[in-house]
Design a binder for this molecule. Structure first.
Ligand code: GS8
Length: 223
């Protein structure tokens, strides 16, 4: 399957566009264009046309046809560039369902914890910190003793989760938590993932994210 005419509509800090970049690189696809969207001031007419329902990035436009929603895009990439030796999703149907469940759960929860940093003026409370650690521990349990969520292979759920890691530094700075002390296996997994080219080239720098949070706080009037 040809990968000419592949355009990714993205935003630099977005964990969702990072997923797509990681997946493309894991599949050996490096020859594609990126269009950075100005989400705050002026979304491009292309974005509005390609994702009229959500008007959000990422959108992967393949030969003129748009695929929105990062988790849907990951599945699309896996199916279109379907070299079995590089499957992103588990081969086993039950494991696939499980990976989808955890990716979906992450998406329902992660940013509701994170966005408190810039949406509320008050410090993050003790019980909120506890809830976040409990949330991370669920993932640590799911990982178990495996090197990756995909077992011995870095796969779909690893790609879905690893962009969270760029935001951990800021969460620690704002809460004084030490996430490595709380969830050592999860952080070891994240560091393992960061050694992969696909990951470290795709994730935004954690210090840049930290600066960006101050910008968000200004925007939300919580600075
Ligand atoms: C979420 C994308 C999203 O929130 C996915 O692709 O997985 N479920 C979707 N994109 C944000 C930028 S990242 O924070 C976005 O495009 N926001 C623009 C807006 O809300 O108007």
């Amino acid at each position: 399957m040809s990968n000419n005419n592949l355009l990714l509509l993205e935003f630099w800090s977005s964990p969702y566009s990072a997923r797509v970049k990681i997946a493309l690189q894991e599949k050996g696809i490096v020859d594609y264009e990126c269009q950075h969207e100005d989400l705050f001031n002026a979304k491009s007419s292309l974005l509005l046309e390609m994702n009229p329902v959500h008007k959000k990035i990422p959108v992967l436009i393949h030969n003129g046809k748009p695929v929105p929603e990062s988790l849907v895009i990951l599945e699309y990439i896996d199916e279109v560039w379907n070299d079995k030796s590089q499957n992103l999703l588990p081969v086993d149907a039950y494991e696939r369902a499980r990976a989808r469940f955890w990716a979906d759960y992450n998406d329902k929860m992660f940013f509701s914890f994170l966005c408190k940093i810039w949406r509320q003026k008050d410090e993050i409370q003790q019980d909120e910190k506890k809830d976040f650690i409990s949330f991370l521990k669920l993932f640590e349990d799911e990982l178990g003793e495996k090197p990756y969520f995909g077992g011995n292979n870095f796969g779909y759920l690893d790609i879905a989760l690893i962009p969270n890691y760029s935001w951990f530094y800021s969460y620690e700075k704002f809460t004084k938590l030490n996430l490595e002390a709380e969830c050592p296996k999860l952080i070891a997994w994240a560091k393992r993932c960061m050694k992969r080219d696909s990951v470290n080239k795709s994730l935004p720098n954690e210090l840049k994210i930290y600066e960006y949070i101050f910008e968000l706080k200004k925007r939300f009037g919580t600075d």
